[in-house]
Each structure stands twice: as structure tokens, then as C-alpha cells.
Design a protein around this ligand. Structure first.
Ligand SMILES: NC(=O)c1ccc[n+]([C@@H]2O[C@H](COP(=O)([O-])OP(=O)(O)OC[C@H]3O[C@@H](n4cnc5c(N)ncnc54)[C@H](OP(=O)(O)O)[C@@H]3O)[C@@H](O)[C@H]2O)c1
Length: 238
């Protein structure tokens, strides 16, 4: 079976998408900041007969990314999903949760950039040889519709938005630079989903999001590289 490596695997979309690949019998490298306290993820690993391996990974900490590479060695990675993400310190429904103009916390903005953009690039650069050595050779960078400039008619999200737009720019460039190595690179919007990040009033259930994401990813080929795809089979403008 193919091999998946996914970041942000302990909760939300990461954990629930991982479960779908686990059900199909994939070998899974599940990365999260604190494996020891990731009870739900450990429960999946415990009954996987060694197919699901947990790795400590804080995408803000380069030493943990280097440690992941050492642990993996030359292990082929068919699908690398950069799922870990950070919105900010306030939930969407809290006052200023939509991050309106005029109240930007620049520390939070920089943290969002480190987690949502710098970290995924660092993970990709560390593991690109593992992806190239696999059969499927696919990298999925989980972005957001909020990263789309052409599709924006709402504004706001001054701390989160630029980190996802920057991730899109990097992912677009990677699609160009890695095509000759046969690697498919996709920026992906998972839908406005009822996770801790999306909150209870988001549009869709976690199950619908991850089922949709997997259905799209099952069909992705090198012909799709660089397309800004969505959980429901759509495509977004940059
Ligand atoms: N939910 C939505 O509506 C929505 C919409 C568009 C895009 N997205 C994107 O989808 C992805 C998953 O979101 P979600 O809704 O599942 O969010 P979530 O429930 O808030 O989960 C976020 C995940 O990212 C991890 N994470 C945060 N900072 C990290 C770091 N420095 N290093 C490693 N892992 C870190 C968290 O780990 P800890 O438990 O250790 O904090 C957690 O596993 C994110 O990239 C998000 O931007 C979500």
C-alpha cells in the first residue's frame, strides 16, 4: 500500500483525513507537536499493527523537521500533506475573531506566517527526495479560500490571509520547479469546516470535508500540478 505523511495529525482535519487512509491500509507517518498527549491519534496507531507511526513535529521548530528526516531516512512518501495550520489567538466568533483592519497583532501575524508558510516549505524541502522516491509523488499543501486574492469579496483576516496567499505562491512555484522530477504539487482548500479552527457555525461537517478531500486526492495526477483545488472538486482563482 502507499505511504502517507501528514502534519497536524492529532486533531481536526488532519486526524480525520488520516483515519480514511488508515481504513484503506496505507502506511502512515503521523506528525504532531505532542505525540504523548495525542490520545485520539495514539488510539488509531495502537490498533494499526505498526502501520501508523507517530513523529514529533513542530513546524515552527526546524530541529524537529530535521529529526523527522533522520527518522524517515530514505522512506518513500507517496503523499505528503502539510495540514498543520494556525488561524490566530481568537476564535472566529469572538470579538475581532475575523481579524478586521485596524487591530492587527503583528506577533500573531508573524506566527501565522511561520506555521502556515515557512513551516510547510521547510517540510517540503526536507522530504522532497522521499516524495520523489515514491510511486505517487504527490505534495498537498493545505491552504484556504482565504488565501485567494481573485476570489476575495470579504476582506478581513489580516493576520491569517497573507500566510495562506504566500503558501499558495510557494506551492505554485514548487509545481513549476518539481514537475520535471514527476512531483505533483497542489494548494488545497478543505472547505469552511466545523473544527476547532472553523468553529461550530462553519459550513460543513468534518466528515464531509475529509471525504471530499480524499475523493479529490484519489484522482489527482501530474496533469493537475499547480491547480488550486477544493474539497468539493472545484478550483479557485489565485
Ligand atoms: N477548518 C476550516 O474551516 C479551514 C478552512 C480553510 C483552511 N483550513 C486549513 O486546514 C488545516 C487544518 O485546519 P483544522 O480546521 O483542522 O484546524 P485545527 O482543528 O485548529 O487543527 C490545527 C492543527 O494544526 C496543528 N498545529 C498548529 N500549529 C502547529 C505547529 N507549529 N506545528 C505543528 N502542528 C501545528 C495543531 O496541533 P496542536 O493540537 O498541537 O495545536 C492541529 O493539529 C489548516 O492548515 C487550516 O488553515 C481550515
Amino acid at each position: 500500500m502507499p505511504t502517507l505523511l501528514i502534519t497536524g495529525a492529532n486533531r481536526g482535519l488532519g486526524l480525520n483525513l488520516l483515519k480514511l487512509y488508515d481504513q484503506e491500509g496505507w502506511t502512515i507517518h503521523a506528525c504532531c507537536r505532542n505525540p504523548d498527549s495525542a490520545a485520539d491519534l495514539k488510539a488509531v496507531a495502537d490498533v494499526s499493527a505498526g502501520r501508523v507511526t507517530l513523529h514529533p513535529l513542530d513546524v515552527e521548530d526546524p530541529s524537529t523537521i530535521a529529526g523527522l528526516k533522520i527518522a524517515l531516512g530514505a522512506t518513500p512518501i507517496d503523499m505528503l500533506i502539510n495540514m498543520a495550520g494556525y488561524l490566530g489567538e481568537k476564535a472566529l466568533r469572538e470579538p475581532e475573531g475575523l481579524q478586521p483592519f485596524g487591530v492587527t497583532d503583528y506577533d500573531v501575524m508573524e506566527k501565522a506566517y511561520r506555521i502556515n508558510c515557512v513551516g510547510p516549505l521547510r517540510v517540503c524541502e526536507a522530504l522532497v527526495d522521499n516524495v520523489e522516491g515514491s510511486d505517487r509523488k504527490t505534495i498537498i499543501n493545505i491552504s484556504s479560500i482565504v488565501g485567494s486574492i481573485g476570489g476575495d469579496n470579504f476582506g478581513n483576516f489580516y493576520m491569517y490571509r497573507p500566510s495562506k496567499t504566500a503558501l499558495n505562491a510557494i506551492t505554485h512555484a514548487m509545481a513549476i520547479n518539481l514537475k520535471d522530477r514527476g512531483i505533483t504539487v497542489i494548494p488545497f482548500h478543505p472547505g469552511f469546516t466545523k473544527t476547532d479552527m472553523g468553529g461550530p457555525t462553519a459550513d460543513i461537517e468534518i466528515e464531509d470535508s475529509v471525504t471530499g478531500i480524499k475523493a479529490v486526492l484519489d484522482k489527482v495526477t501530474i496533469a493537475d500540478t499547480g491547480r488550486y483545488l477544493t474539497w468539493d472538486g472545484g478550483e479557485l482563482p489565485w
